[in-house]
Design a binder for this molecule. Structure first.
Ligand code: ADP
Length: 675
């Protein structure tokens, strides 16, 4: 047998008390001490076998806690036999000879049935041992039944004890079948309680359920009902039903309050039917009606209170879950005239502290606030209090590691009737990663700008400085051609032509580069009439348009904000490309459409030209990138790079959609003028 050392459980103590009670009374019989057997000379005695049952019960309990199975089961059987056989002697009117088996002595006190315990005591013991027996089976249903049997034992004790409370002299009795010695009733209360402390935790553990109040509630109501039955009608005993209604407060489900009230109501009615009438009919009816009203009023009040308490608990639980679930730190400044605050666990966590490490107070907060953010933060608090300006601010707080971290702080005050701020609640959200990324981005952009500037300067200087030698090559090759062309043979002439062409092309490239560099130099935007601007462009391109028989269809164009020369270059590049890259054998058809949205207008220049392969759509905006040889189409490959730089300088975007063989549409966005 496995022995488990008992822990100091309350039920072990109760079992020991029951055991001692039994032993003490048995000793009283053996040593002939009436006070131990009877408590008071007027009260009924506890029979020897009754005391023996308590002793066996106490032992059973102790064996149970020690997990000594064999003696535990043996004693249960013994107890069941002793109590069960005693009880059936009453209805059968026979004597099994067990009453005086162990205690022949009758002379200690006078009793009605010498040596035989009262039937209700026998039932009480029987149920106590039955409870142990059911518990030993160990299955949920039996354990639950063991709980009910234990509750019955407790009930038997309480009912009997309440008889003594009504009439302490013991003269009061509920007939033969309810007579019980004073210490017997105490013994049953102890036994019932001990069974409760044993069975309930076990049941809750096995069934993973909560404490079931119902068995105890039933006993309580039975007790009130017995008292009500016994006491002549007309006395307002019905008011006692207030007690079970009050106890029903402890049910989790508030509906049970009303069920208990309903049962109490039914019991009051039953009492009217069964009890002997000793007062005037009017008084009886008045009292019972008052009892019913009492029950329902109490039930209604408890039900209402329970509803509001549960609602508050639910709200509290929700709030707690929200506090736990959110990544924001929550703070509450309970009274703005005091320094004390409350911070949620996440608040501490965000700052790297445990909550016992720092005190939640305004002073602590001020101490953690970055010196550069203090003034703005407290100024905003003042403005929030006085002018109800929203309190939302980014500030740095010192983390436990010593590093300052960025937070988004927000809060909301509660004002009293005189518009004075009373308290304030709010949150802090960790925005440090975002801020750090922004800072890194700013630094990167600044660096990029610096690099671009350097590059631009370099391009400018080199192209500017290149201009001179290229020009020299061009003019000397020109001179060479003028003076010595005829003297050169065919090959020499061809070489000279190559030099001339290349130097001209170099000059072109240098001019383009210098122009590209200049884009963005002017930062002053002005209102530009696109309509007029396009008119000018078309005039400039009129010869080309005529040559290619181009048809150009133009929407009404808006006023935009920008740099006129740059925008002119942009439109000129796009329109001339649309004409230039037309399909051989067809005349170009070009349209210019506009659409306004969110302060920007999108301009689409559509052609029916050769189109662009999807995979080159981005490439064509790169400087000096061309998709065709100079023999097919004239150009340096800088036009679209210009366009991109111009559009981006205006804060817009440029892109192209195209199908090869069908045509292309170039889109760009530009801010419209507010006027
Ligand atoms: P360039 O016109 O000097 O060649 P761009 O930068 O203007 O240089 O154009 C780059 C390339 O993009 C062109 O060589 C051409 O292949 C392609 N492209 C530009 N516009 C069009 C268009 N409307 N239709 C077809 N292809 C185009």
């Amino acid at each position: 047998m496995r022995r488990v050392l008992p822990k100091p459980y309350i039920h072990t103590l109760l079992f020991t008390l029951v055991l001692l009670l039994g032993a003490m009374v048995m000793l009283g019989w053996l040593l002939k001490i009436p006070a131990l057997v009877q408590v008071l000379p007027t009260l009924s005695p506890m029979q020897f076998n009754n005391a023996l049952c308590f002793l066996i019960f106490g032992l059973c309990g102790i064996f149970y806690t020690l997990n000594w199975k064999t003696p535990y089961i043996t004693f249960i059987v013994l107890g069941l036999l002793l109590s069960g056989l005693t009880f059936i002697q009453y209805p059968l009117g026979i004597d099994f000879g067990i009453d005086q088996l162990l205690m022949k002595e009758e002379s200690v006190v006078q009793t009605a049935h010498p040596g035989r315990m009262a039937p209700n005591s026998a039932i009480g013991h029987f149920f106590a041992f039955l409870s142990f027996f059911l518990l030993s089976i160990g299955k949920p249903f039996y354990i639950r039944s063991a709980g009910w049997a234990g509750a019955l034992v407790l009930g038997a004790g309480i009912v009997s004890l309440s008889g003594y409370i009504i009439d302490p002299t013991g003269g009061y009795s509920w007939g033969l079948y309810t007579q019980m010695a004073l210490h017997t009733s105490l013994g049953f209360i102890l036994s019932g309680a001990a069974l409760g402390f044993t069975v309930i935790p076990k049941r809750m553990r096995i069934e993973k359920s909560r404490f079931n109040l119902w068995p105890y509630q039933v006993i309580l109501m039975a007790m009130v009902f017995f008292i009500d039955l016994q006491i002549p009608q007309g006395v307002a005993v019905g008011l006692l039903y207030f007690i079970p209604v009050m106890v029903s407060w402890f049910f989790r489900d508030r509906k049970n309050i009303l069920i208990v009230a309903g049962i109490a109501n039914a019991l009051i009615v039953l009492d009217i039917i069964f009890a002997t009438e000793s007062f005037e009919r009017e008084a009886v009816i008045f009292n019972q009606v008052m009892s019913i009203i009492n029950v329902w009023v109490a039930a209604a009040i408890f039900y209402y209170l329970k509803t509001s308490v549960q609602k508050r608990q639910e709200a509290d639980t929700k709030f707690k879950l929200a506090v736990k679930g959110t990544t924001a730190g929550i703070w509450e400044w309970m009274d703005v005239s005091k320094d004390k605050e409350w911070w949620s666990p996440t608040f501490y966590e965000l700052l790297g502290y445990k909550n016992e490490e720092i005190e939640a107070s305004l002073q602590t907060f001020a101490g953690l606030l970055h010196p550069d953010d203090k003034e703005a933060t407290f100024k905003l608090v003042d403005e929030h209090f006085e002018k109800k300006k929203p309190f939302v601010i980014e500030y740095r707080l010192k983390h436990k590691s010593g590093q300052y971290k960025w937070f988004l702080g927000s809060g909301q005050a509660i004002w009293d009737d005189d518009d004075q701020p009373k308290s304030m609640v709010g949150t802090i959200i960790n925005i440090h990663p975002k801020k750090a990324a922004e800072q890194a981005e700013r630094e990167r952009a600044a660096q990029l700008e610096k690099k671009n500037k350097e590059l631009e300067e370099l391009t400018y200087i080199t192209s500017h400085d290149l201009q001179e030698p290229v020009r020299t090559i061009a003019s000397f090759s020109e001179l060479l051609a003028q003076e010595y062309y005829d003297q050169l043979d065919e090959e020499g002439r061809q070489y000279l032509d190559f030099i001339k062409q290349s130097s001209e092309r170099s000059q072109e490239l240098i001019v383009d580069l210098l122009e590209y560099n200049r884009i963005g130099a002017d930062s002053n935007m002005q209102e530009v009439n696109l309509e007029k601007l396009v008119e000018g462009v078309l005039t400039d391109l009129s010869i080309l348009i005529q040559q290619k028989h181009a048809q150009i269809n133009i929407d009404k164009l808006p006023l935009v904000k920008g740099h006129p020369t740059e925008l002119r270059l942009l439109l000129q590049n796009l329109i001339s490309n649309a004409i230039k890259f037309h399909q051989p054998g067809t005349s170009p058809e070009i349209s210019l459409r506009t659409q306004k949205q969110n302060g920007y207008c999108t301009i689409a220049i559509k052609d029916n030209g050769i189109g662009i392969d999807q995979k080159h759509l981005d490439l064509i905006f790169v400087i000096f990138k061309r998709l065709h040889s100079r023999n097919d189409f004239e150009g340096t490959g800088i036009g679209l790079a210009h366009c991109k730089k111009i559009v981006e300088h205006h804060g817009g975007k440029i892109w192209v959609e195209s199908t090869i063989g069908e045509g292309s549409t170039f889109y760009f966005t530009i801010p419209v003028s507010e006027a």
